[in-house]
Design a binder for this molecule. Sequence first.
Ligand code: ATP
Ligand code: MG
Length: 585
Amino acid sequence: MLRMSTLFVRTLRDDPADAELPSHRLLVRAGYIRRAAPGIYSWLPLGYRVLRKVEQVVRSEMDAIGAQEVHFPALLPREPYEASHRWTEYGDGIFRLKDRKGGDYLLGPTHEEMFTLLVKDLYSSYKDLPLFLYQIQTKYRDEARPRAGILRGREFVMKDSYSFDVSDDDFMRSYQAHRDAYVRIFDRLGLDYVIVKAMSGAMGGSASEEFLAVAENGEDTYVRSPGGYSANVEAVRVRVPDPVPYDDAPAAHVEDTPDTPTIETLVAVANERLPRDDRPWAAGDTLKNVVVMLKHPDGRREPLVVGVPGDRDVDTKRLQAHVEPAEVEPFAEEHFARYPGLVKGYIGPQALGERSATGVRYLVDPRVVAGTRWVTGANEPGRHVFDLVAGRDFTPDGTVEAAEVVAGDPAPDGSGPLELARGIEMGHIFQLGRRFADALGLKVLDENGKQVTVTMGSYGVGVSRAVAAVVENSHDELGIVWPREIAPADVHLVATGKDPTILETAGRLASGLEQAGVEVLFDDRPKVSPGVKFADAELIGVPTIVVVGRNLADGVVEIRDRATGSREDVPVGEAVAHLTGLVKG
Ligand code: ATP
Ligand code: MG
């Protein structure tokens, strides 16, 4: 039994200064977590109980599909990550350290390499497969923007599992088993979530899916169509139009367009000075060239110009997802000085591309197909070029999916207009293929005695993140509202008033519940006012609140539902049976 009189908790009336999101505010105020350093948190007794319950949900569902739990160190040697190239690819994203002999180590951001090597160490035949291994473990990533408490930490708890198969067909069964387990996990956590196509990022591999908790404060944006297409916005692929014939297109011509550094000003000036016959110029007629700096994992910096139709912005997260492992940085004022060929506000395709004077790499939106005609920068201040035809007047180095996706865009599979919403990534399942097995030499003998490379999947759940995501999903202005499965206790028993028989009765009720297997958080504090006790109970968020107080004179206790606010009086003699029924369903 947890007693408020001795429990190591101090609830706070005020929000922590650095907290922007409800989950962060409430978990700190209700005494679940405390910040130790940026993106690094300590778990207090209530928080640690919730964390372990989330772990238990995940563990039981992993066990149910036959996965076996192991536990790796967090402190790892460099060599395996060197072999997979991730020692470099992770760039600033990992914590590296040296031992006293100068040997290189890292704190594990994810463990594909270690699992691959362990299986290689012990297994050598197809007969040993399929195999599912998992761990629930602390991971370390030096996130650029740690955020919202435990939602994006630099130290966090992840469940990572890995599947090992000989054939692609077998692998698909393993993948499906994990996907089904994830559905059960997130159902049990009481999350409102969606499953979307995703980008594989640093993991490589062919395909992946994410489980996103629907949350307006989420960092991820996803799309959905009426016909069932769903994807993280990073993974949305533009429908590529057919090339356009341009035989009758006029030659490109440069025009004076003074003071037009933005698309709006350009469109206004074009309509004023160079009106079209058929219709007014629109933003979509222009080609906007946005320059960024790429920082490669080896530290090298390279400018990149991205061309998108002028009615859209570049979505930095989409761009980032497609240039990984490089990082997208802003192109600073001093960089323009170093690349005089890039005229700020008037960058045009003719100065770009491998074979151009600047040599700056130029990638365009897939809609910029051969024959499309554009108004775009002329690489001179105050001038633009008109009727510049893709494939005739300029040749980009390639395409990139970096233009923002907007509501109403067609789904790539033709299943209707897209709508956008936000979510928190809770889980990510990857079809790794043979990348890690190849890099680290994981082979087994197949039925014909031939060495074959094993095919793998990797599957992550953000266990500590789930604690925060559940709170984002389930709270009100008074505090947290835990789903029963992961609440720190089943019942929050509040004794109010100074009458000693009240405290006595409440104590007996608490023991009775405990004996019936109900977890009780008992507010037995003698000198705390009922108002403070109720406020704490609402803040802490245990799903059922039991009040033993004045009503005891009538022989009843009050049972409140934290989620709905409904209240009912139950005879004190029936309270244990009633509550046990409620809690055990
Ligand atoms: P994100 O896009 O949010 O950075 P990721 O793609 O880097 O996530 P994975 O490498 O797939 O994440 O890790 C598996 C799971 O671990 C994620 O789905 C997420 O729930 C969790 N996770 C990842 N990074 C963090 C973090 N910094 N803090 C807490 N949980 C995290
Ligand atoms: Mg990440």
